[in-house]
Design a protein around this ligand. Sequence first.
Ligand SMILES: Cc1cc2nc3c(=O)[nH]c(=O)nc-3n(C[C@H](O)[C@H](O)[C@H](O)COP(=O)(O)O)c2cc1C
Length: 447
Amino acid sequence: MVQRYAGGVRSSYRARMAQKADNHVMQGKRILLGVTGGIAAYKSADLVRRLVEHGAQVQVVMTAAAREFVTPTTFQALSGRAVRTDLWDPAAEAAMGHIELARWAELVLVAPASADFLARLAHGLADDLLTTLCLATAAPIAVAPAMNQLMWSNAATRSNVDLLTSRGMHLIGPAVGDQACGEYGPGRLLEPMEIVSQIAPLLAPAGPLVGRRVLLTAGPTRECIDPVRFVSNRSSGKMGFAMAESMRAAGADVVLISGPVFLPTPPGVRRIDVESAEQMYAAVQRELPGTAIFIGTAAVADYRPVACAPQKIKKNSETLALELTRTTDILLQVSAGAQRPFMVGFAAETNAVEHYALAKLLAKNLDLIAANEVGHAKAFDSDDNSLLVLWRGGRLELPVSSKRELARALTGVIIEQYLAQLAARDRDSAAQHDSAELATREGARAS
Ligand SMILES: Cc1cc2nc3c(=O)[nH]c(=O)nc-3n(C[C@H](O)[C@H](O)[C@H](O)COP(=O)(O)O)c2cc1C
């Protein structure tokens, strides 16, 4: 029986769910914020505010060039801590030496990161306090570059960034857009809230899903016609990637199996790239053991060409018939398997959304389904979406918002339903245990 919620209840419920997913992941976390010399340094003041609002302890370290743009006093007032600027400051060194400071940090975030700073970091220089701390820390390092688009595209910067990311440093942005210098292109500092949500998963996980594994599929699949052609669909993978990010923010160990998409991997998420439905199924089977929650957001092709031509098919005839055969239904296989996790499916429908979604929930024995209307520029490839969430005994409408916001709200609902299912199972097994024990005692008394 599908239960309907009154509107007021629904919106407060949604807010509660989104908050649950966040679960104060930054509360008490120690973040060392490096500010380098760029025009975007003023935005770091707002970044400090946001981090503090999220409960983080923020220690700001400024380069000499950064102090040409903003005064340390601003950061001191916002962070409530004296700003560190100098490697050769005896008083600051006596209070907390630079090695101690490097150990104190649970995350080093450099925002904005100048081209000069990235170059120095890539080459292991330790010629000021910030670079020295970066070399001396065991904490993850995230950099949010900000610079003129030509500086960003310069081969030297590109190769420095590649080197740093290949060593495990996390790259946050930059965004593409209008620049302070009047040009347009890549090199804008991401907005502070965007930076906050991207670093959350890098902090030692906290949240209701710590120690639990979440396996997601995302994006489209490509089914080979010949070496240069394929059958595919319009899925962008955005919803699946947003779900992976919010599941990670809830503390889960997240494995994301993705079809071909043009999206960066959410921080802290392990990503496996595949192309076809068959490859996706193989990867799912490999990664399934130990999975607590399976979320199938991928738009897996239902059919693939019976054969993939070994050579490019020539246009020798007026018509060409392509024989298709069914692909494996990944969701159904996982749901019917012995290692069945909590199952979440997505339904993309062009009409009768609720009817088909409910049918899919039941037919595939899912625990929860998130349905949306697709086609006519809706859902696929767009940044916004709306969802209808159904589960046995519940129904929730999530109105149009960004896929990231929807993902947070949906994550909250999934967590609540998953934990409720675990609790019910615990109650059942406790009841079974009690009645078995009672039977044993009565048997003993009777004999
Ligand atoms: C007005 C002005 C704006 C600047 N903006 C940037 C910038 O946005 N990004 C950048 O990488 N460098 C920028 N620079 C150059 C850096 O400040 C310079 O490379 C400096 O050495 C960086 O030092 P740091 O990495 O120690 O902070 C700017 C310089 C000036 C004078």
